[in-house]
Write a protein that binds this ligand. Structure first.
Ligand code: NA7
Length: 584
């Protein structure tokens, strides 16, 4: 879709009296200085419990709530967990940490929080990140707006009142004019579809539901772990030194490269703090909002020696440098990608003593960077330890989980004290499928997306009026807090505008959805990552319903994404069907 075709939806929307009103506010704090009267919905939402309901108290929900409170709205967060944090509340497995620089992967909107919070490591471990989130919540005084242990089961759009009705697992109901979903993209853990999962009598933990302090009980134990994705890699390298024996069951090896984490001294933190404006500017300008920026060099045409020298330099740097600061053709050109994969293959071989084990650890069915590339700290060296065994379950699959461990196809039994499932998530749409979303005329979101995701701006869905998705499908998955801040800001600006204009109904159009979905697919063309099965392309082989590869994320440049969303705002939201007051 081009910008032109987005404009082509002009005049399609039914806009009752709001057409042509160009009163777009870009200042989210409108009215706070006391000079402008604060907009309000007046009595329009009187029959409803809230103006806005937010599902989820992770980063998306927290910032949404902050903005709704700033607007003076009656808003509430409903959260399934017993505290705030979202991803960083649930994922407490050993070694869980950012693999983006702490100081670029956080909220940027509050100078006060940036001034007061100190990071102690370049890549924050989960406990510190959770503390940060708790600090933000306290600082912004948001806990009073959060209701925990509330798992929403059903979200129904009530046409008679143009409002949302949510029902939780205790059959309590909540109503609101607008609904913000802040339910994350990796929120529904999946167990493997291997027979016997419920037969196992020992301790069995999914990494996303790791028991408090579980790692302290692993000393001397026989531990097995299924999976070698980002989560498994962090878990394996952390527990391997402490367990009695570790068996890693690997179906598909992933490319991974050194994280090179380090402590941050007080002096260094002050330098980072002074650098914040530049850090966030660089993120805002870059393709996927990270501080690392690639180049457009021709990898294949570059002399081999020069290429290697450059890659060696990147390899020695922290974080995603070796994933993102490379030439963009590595992500689009098979030959360029093969060269870079070969460079990483050499690195792995140099670190793993047994060549047969190294063979197993080197991916053969996808190139470097074409799946989400985890970063590691001593992962490969783990496989040189006497107490660690790598089992290839691609050629010798797990036949079943038994009472005492598991059995592979060659009839080898592995007896285990603890079995760890690092088997990932029903990603992206899974968070939505876990709730029965029902829109106009009983349309189910699950059905709408069953043949492929369709959205408008990744923020809204046709037939689901007044619902805004923060980190919904078709949004940027790169530097997630950057994407969250933008999506929340856009949504808050719309709701503020809706208040000013008495708009009580906002729905995406067929034309808008078709054009946006086409644009998302267009952006994804030519990317090698979209030729590969992974959670990012919507594939999870553990689900009963078979999932085809799909375009789950926005693959174009972030500045382009934002530009398109801004255009919709500046057109007075005319791309939507809008209704005022009590209009049917
Ligand atoms: P991932 O990246 O989806 O990894 C899941 C791993 O589990 C992966 O190695 C899978 O192998 C393996 N798996 C899943 N099901 C099975 C079965 N049935 N049998 C054997 N092996 C299986 O999830 P993560 O939690 O590691 O990471 C998700 C994201 O969270 C990550 O990218 C970060 O952004 C945070 P497969 O590759 O499917 O052969």
């Amino acid at each position: 879709m081009t910008q032109g075709s987005a404009n082509g939806t002009d005049g399609v929307s039914k806009v009752n009296g709001v057409n042509g009103t160009n009163g777009i506010h870009t200042n989210g704090t409108n009215g706070v200085n006391g000079t402008t009267p604060k907009p309000s919905f007046g009595s329009l939402n009187d029959g409803l419990d809230y103006d806005v309901l937010i599902i989820g108290a992770g980063l998306s929900g927290i910032y949404s709530m902050y903005r709704m409170a700033q607007l003076g709205l009656r808003a509430k967060i409903l959260e399934a967990g017993s505290s705030e944090g979202g991803t960083w509340f649930w994922n407490r497995y050993p070694g869980a940490r950012f693999d983006s620089e702490s100081y670029s992967y956080i909220f940027s909107f509050s100078p006060e929080i940036l001034a007061e919070w100190d990071w102690t490591e370049h890549f924050s471990p989960q406990p510190e990140t959770l503390k940060y989130i708790e600090f933000v919540t306290r600082k912004l005084d948001l806990r009073k707006h959060m209701q925990f242990d509330t798992r929403i089961q059903r979200a129904q759009f009530v046409q008679a009142t143009n409002s949302w009705k949510l029902t939780d697992d205790q059959q309590r109901t909540y109503t609101s004019r607008y609904l913000i979903t802040a339910i994350g993209i990796l929120n529904e853990p999946t167990l493997p579809n291997i027979p016997g999962v419920s037969d196992y009598k020992g301790e069995a933990w999914h990494t996303a539901r790791w028991p408090q302090g579980g790692e302290h009980t692993l000393a001397g134990k026989r531990v097995g772990i299924i999976g070698t994705g980002a989560t498994a890699i962090q878990t394996i390298q952390t527990i391997a030194p402490n367990v009695g024996h570790l068996t890693v069951f690997q179906r598909t090896p992933n490319w991974t490269a050194p994280l090179r984490n380090d402590k941050i001294s007080k002096e260094e933190m002050e330098k980072i703090r002074a650098d914040y404006p530049d850090i966030f500017r660089r993120c805002a300008e870059s393709y996927s909002c990270f501080i690392h920026v690639g180049d457009n060099n021709d990898t294949v045409a570059t002399p081999a020696e020069e290429r290697e020298r450059h890659w060696e330099h990147l390899y020695a740097q922290r974080g995603f440098t070796k994933v993102l600061a490379i030439s963009s053709d590595i992500y689009t050109n098979h030959e360029a990608n093969a060269l870079y994969s070969a460079f990483h293959e050499k690195k792995i071989r140099a670190r793993v003593n047994d060549p047969e084990v190294a063979d197993l650890l080197i991916p053969t069915n996808h190139g470097f960077g074409t799946r989400r590339t985890p970063l590691e700290s001593g992962y490969y060296e783990v496989f040189n330890q006497d107490n660690v065994k790598l089992v290839d379950i691609r050629n010798n699959p797990i036949e079943r989980i038994t009472e005492t461990g598991l059995r592979t196809a060659d009839q080898t039994d592995y007896d285990l004290d603890v079995l760890v499932y690092a088997t990932g998530f029903d990603a992206v749409t899974g968070s939505f499928n876990a709730i029965d979303f029902e829109g106009i005329d009983g349309v189910k979101l699950k059905d709408v997306w069953s043949e492929g995701i369709q959205t408008f701006l990744g923020l809204t869905v046709k037939n689901f009026p007044n619902m805004f998705m923060i980190m919904g499908p078709h949004q940027m998955f790169g530097n997630i807090p950057r994407s969250i801040e933008y999506a929340v800001q856009w949504t808050a600006e719309f709701i503020e505008w809706a208040m000013e204009h008495g708009v009580t109904y906002c729905e995406a159009t067929d034309e808008g959805v078709a054009a946006w979905t086409e644009h998302v697919h267009e952006c994804g063309k030519g990317l090698l990552a979209n030729e590969v099965d992974s959670w990012m392309t919507g594939v999870n082989k553990n689900l009963a319903h078979k999932q085809k590869r799909s375009m789950t994320r926005y693959n174009g440049p972030a500045p382009g994404y934002r530009k398109r969303c801004e255009e919709v705002k500046h057109r007075g939201y005319r791309d939507f069907v809008l209704k005022k007051g009590g209009e049917a």
